[in-house]
Design a protein around this ligand. Structure first.
Ligand SMILES: [Zn+2]
Length: 478
């Protein structure tokens, strides 16, 4: 009696990410039924057992679980590349642009970023943004998996006019409450939506951007509703300075006293955490997101992910924001993470390719709270997988013995453009590099139009004279 599959992926170099390594199987196959994986095994056995609607031949290809980008700000793709190589990227490069991003431009940025990430094999996107109408709908329509975190902060709605670097931020309880109400309403609409493909986390922006009372309120709502909290933690010297001024404590000690450090918290960056602070946070069960490209470019810092992992914590990778990263591509993040940490410790054995590949798949899935659903190719899990062409010149030759070279080449040589097919929840979203659920040229053209309009408004705004990149521009360096 044959078993039935909607799709049978066959003849793959299969990296299941099961066990403690990469779970390699030669000539492997994956049977997909509905939105889930029905079976994983040798091609010969699965071909004999299954009657399949469609056969996806992956000969000469690696098949992996879809990659997880654990921290994105997708609307900022609309101002890609306006904020790098400067000292105060947020104030002197991004802010004059971000104040001119209209809701339509923000949505165009999200579409562009989703297309870019999807084409590079990212199937789960943990996005952190203002919950504009239309934002979640993009994920619903394109078909990728999303973990959406509506931003909650108590910064004055009218902007920070008059605030100077070094001053304590004004916190406005009213705008904090409004943002929290909007986030809760958003979670009621979208948590477990699209057959569970879209889920929600609460996103207090950072411990210095809400009052202590509002942080506690977010925590109690998250506990009551079973939602994770996605927050920037110790993300810069500016934040630590605010915490010391306001509470006389550094961020980690403050959050520990507030009982915020537990497995409900996804902590982003930890840029300024000392090694003992990173160890404490990991031991409390907190999960970390490491954004190597973004923090490298905007701060010149390698966050303490190695210490965090050695203390037993799970680390996911994130691309953060294209305004100054400048791409959302997990292949880029894997390579930079491995390189930066080797350089930091002057030790080539630190963060080998297989470890960063786990951070982009199974360890990342556990870190963002989806370890039972995605991150490895195992029967019963969601069918989120990518097919990567190993015949691409930069990935050739593929060798099996005495040393298999595929994983090191995927991490150190691939650009992401070798991803041939992408499946999420059993549905093919890209086949032979063609996106099937979104009009890629229209998305790119729309983003270009919106970005040019933003640039025009920035040029007409006197605030643009503060742009740090005007000088290299005038000097003929851009
Ligand atoms: Zn961020």
């Amino acid at each position: 009696m044959p078993r039935y599959a909607d799709c049978l992926v066959v003849h793959a170099h299969l990296f299941t990410m099961e066990g403690t390594g990469v779970g390699y199987r030669a000539d492997g196959a994956v049977a997909v039924r509905g939105d889930a994986i029905a079976d994983v095994g040798p091609t010969s056995r699965l071909q004999a057992e299954f009657e399949a609607e469609e056969i996806l031949d992956a000969r000469g290809c690696a098949v992996l679980p879809g990659l997880i980008d654990a921290h994105m700000h997708t609307p900022l793709a609309i101002v890609r590349g306006v904020a790098q190589d400067v000292a105060h990227w947020m104030q002197q490069a991004l802010a004059p642009y971000s104040r001119h991003i209209t809701p339509a431009a923000a949505l165009a940025g999200t579409r562009l970023n989703v297309v870019e990430a999807l084409k590079a094999g990212t199937t789960t996107m943990v996005d952190y943004a203002r919950p504009l109408p239309g934002w979640a709908e993009i994920y619903d329509q394109v078909g990728v998996r999303a973990r959406l975190s509506p931003t909650i902060n108590a910064l004055p709605a009218g902007g920070m006019a008059g605030w100077k670097l070094g001053d304590l931020y004004p916190l406005d309880e009213g705008s904090g409450e409004a943002a929290l109400d909007a986030a809760v309403a958003f979670s009621e609409d979208w948590h477990e939506a699209a057959d569970g493909r879209i889920t929600v986390m609460l996103g207090p922006q950072a411990p210095d951007m809400l009052s202590r009372e509002q942080l506690l309120k977010v925590k109690s709502i998250a506990q009551r509703q079973g939602l994770m909290i996605h927050m920037h933690v110790a993300q810069g010297d500016r934040e630590i300075d605010q915490m010391l001024q306001r509470y006389g404590q550094r961020t980690p000690a403050f959050l520990d006293d507030l009982r915020y450090l537990d497995d409900q918290l996804l902590a982003v960056h930890l840029t300024e955490a000392t090694d003992p602070e990173a160890e404490l946070i990991a031991r409390r069960g907190v999960r970390m997101v490491l954004c190597s490209g973004s923090i490298g470019i905007i701060d010149g810092i390698v966050p303490p992910a190695q210490v965090f992992r050695r203390a037993g914590g799970w680390v996911a990778l994130g691309s953060d924001q294209p305004s100054g990263n400048n791409c959302s591509n997990l292949f880029n993040e894997m390579k930079l993470t491995a390189l930066f940490n080797k350089i930091k410790f002057r030790d080539p054995t630190v963060m080998p390719a297989w470890e960063v590949l786990r951070m982009a798949t199974i360890e990342g899935a556990r870190a963002v709270g989806l370890g039972d659903t995605i991150g490895s190719l195992v029967a019963g899990k969601q069918a989120d997988l990518i097919v990567i062409d190993l015949v691409a010149p930069q990935l050739s030759p593929a060798l099996q013995t005495p040393i298999r070279n595929i994983v090191p080449n995927l991490v150190y040589a691939a650009s992401g453009h070798e991803v041939r097919d992408v499946m999420v929840a059993g549905r093919l979203l890209m086949r032979h590099r063609q996106l099937l659920t979104v009009d890629e040229p229209a998305v790119v053209a729309d983003a270009q139009r919106e970005a040019e309009a933003i640039a025009g408004r920035v040029a007409a705004d006197p605030v643009h004279s503060q742009l740090a990149l005007l000088e290299p521009m005038a000097a003929g360096q851009l």
